[in-house]
Design a protein. Structure first.
Ligand code: UTP
Length: 478
């Protein structure tokens, strides 16, 4: 036993966690070393704090909802003519930043996609209507298109987790990085947090391993720092990080308007919102509280607030969060750095966590037996100076694949992609036949190598000397 191992044993004993050593006499030297290595990465002060706050107490929010105000936002120009000039100006600034290579794309792809029930990294899931291109392929091609369009490389940072890192990297390798330069794609794994049972005890998944789970999409901010990605961005001259989630193929993450608003507003963290479809839609709500912007989850905001209406009969808390943000590199360096006064809070999730039973065998419990801890990226907002919030339209930017069926499923996402492509064609004067639900009656697709949004579509379409006829199975490629 080394001195280091002995001091780990006393530290864990002092916190009532000595059960993690109960199989020490049954495991090999190599297994022991692995156990000690894992334990040395656990911050026991943090575990004690989380257990005290979220396991022994309820960890309820202490927000006074009467002080909550809806956040102001820049409306979309399709909804408010008066802001058209503002959007035009923002676009110019955003395009300039893209030409100067100041923007990096950042995908959080460390989730486990349990609701979708797909076996593999979610980014490898096939989504497009005809070619069944994967989510990663769609994003890669959007980057390819924009880098060519603006004449500057766009670096892509992809956060994975230990669970899917290798599979993710192999997927890119097998697909030749979808035509991107491999040195422009940067992978790193997010951090892990130990799970605990309802007594606050660490949970063993084998005789030499405790259960650790990904620390949530909010963990991306510290992972960007710890992985050296922030330092790399600085070397590359990147100033703005365009953050998006892996499950939304519609997302316009190289959006010159949004980038421009972020830069013009000297914002540390900017967000896109969309108008809630109905009062109790299950989205986070953008609110201002004591001079700070924040997102309050639907589960935390009492229904009476979600349903409040203003004098004009409009929903008061109308701004829904869709997890699309731009961060300044300096902001992520501070809020994801070592200063604990700037750390994001944790949230608890009660789960069924497989654990070793009395006989030392792994068993999946029938009932929830423990708690996982996760950080949420929007919790960075209250730390941000000059947060900018702009409106986007659902049909242009948001249709996530979350569930196997129903709302936010592969089927609804396919319909939304078809509707978006039809909208671009309509803008060019081409009518697409639709069914009673407003969904095109046949499958076709506009590949991101051709265009990535309505503006770029019109530009490309108008340059075609011979316009193709759009029929079932058409794939418009650049
Ligand atoms: P979700 O909250 O939808 O979680 O993640 P999920 O893991 O993909 O799916 P479920 O809940 O198990 O069904 C939203 C985004 O945040 C990423 C996901 O990959 C997705 O892009 N994420 C989530 C991480 O990168 N790390 C995490 O620890 C959690």
């Amino acid at each position: 036993m080394t001195q280091e191992h002995e001091s780990l044993i006393s530290a864990f004993k002092a916190r009532g966690q000595e059960h993690v050593f109960q199989y020490l006499n049954e495991i090999s030297e190599e297994e022991k070393n692995l156990l000690f290595e894992q334990l040395s990465g656990i911050d026991l002060d943090e575990v004690d704090y989380l257990v005290e706050r979220y396991v022994k107490q309820e960890g309820e929010s202490d927000l006074d909802f009467n002080k909550m105000e809806p956040s102001e936002y820049v409306p979309h120009f399709d909804k408010d003519e008066s802001v058209k000039a503002q959007w035009k100006e923002a676009k110019k600034i955003g395009e300039q930043a893209l030409r100067e290579g100041k923007v990096a794309a950042f995908t959080v792809a460390g989730g486990q996609g349990t609701r979708l029930g797909y076996n593999g990294p979610k980014g490898t899931y096939p989504v497009t209507p005809v070619r069944q291109a994967s989510l990663f392929e769609v994003f890669a091609k959007k980057i390819r298109y924009s880098a060519k369009h603006y004449g500057a490389p766009i670096h892509w940072f992809v956060m994975t987790s230990v669970v899917n890192h290798e599979q993710t990297v192999s997927f890119f390798e097998e697909n030749s990085f979808f035509g991107l330069e491999p040195e422009h794609v940067h992978f790193f794994s997010q951090g892990l947090m130990p799970a605990v049972d309802f007594e606050g005890k660490l949970i063993l998944e084998s005789k030499n391993k405790v259960v650790m789970t990904p620390d949530g999409h909010g963990g991306s901010l510290r992972a960007l720092n710890r992985s050296g990605s922030i330092a790399k961005m600085r070397e590359l001259g990147v100033e703005a990080i365009s953050y998006f989630q892996v499950d939304n193929p519609l997302v316009k993450f190289i959006d010159p308007y949004f980038i421009g608003f972020h830069l013009l507003g000297k914002s540390e963290m900017s967000s896109k919102m969309l108008a809630k479809a109905y009062a109790l839609e299950k989205v986070g709500h953008f609110c201002d509280y004591e001079g700070k912007q924040m997102v309050v989850e639907y589960s935390d905001l009492p229904n009476e607030y979600q349903e409040q209406r203003d004098d004009k009969g409009e929903l008061r808390f109308i701004a829904g969060s869709i997890a699309i943000h731009i961060f300044s590199v300096d902001f992520v360096a501070s809020v994801g750095g070592d200063d604990t006064t700037l750390s994001l809070p944790f949230h608890k999730a009660v789960k069924k966590i497989p654990q070793l039973n009395e006989a030392g065998e792994l068993e999946k419990p029938a009932e929830p037996n423990g708690v996982k801890f996760e950080m949420f990226v929007f919790d960075a907002l209250p730390f941000a100076e000059n947060p900018v919030l702009i409106e986007t339209l659902r049909e242009d930017d948001f249709s996530p694949v979350k569930n196997a069926e129903g709302v936010d499923s592969p089927e609804s996402c396919k319909d939304h992609q078809l509707q978006m492509f039809a909208k671009w064609l309509n803008a060019a004067g081409v009518k697409v036949e639709k069914d009673g639900e407003g969904v095109p009656s046949f499958d076709f697709e506009i590949d991101p190598t051709f265009a990535t949004d309505v503006d770029s579509f019109l530009e490309e379409w108008n340059q075609l000397t011979e316009k193709p006829v759009i029929v079932s199975g058409t794939v418009l490629e650049g």
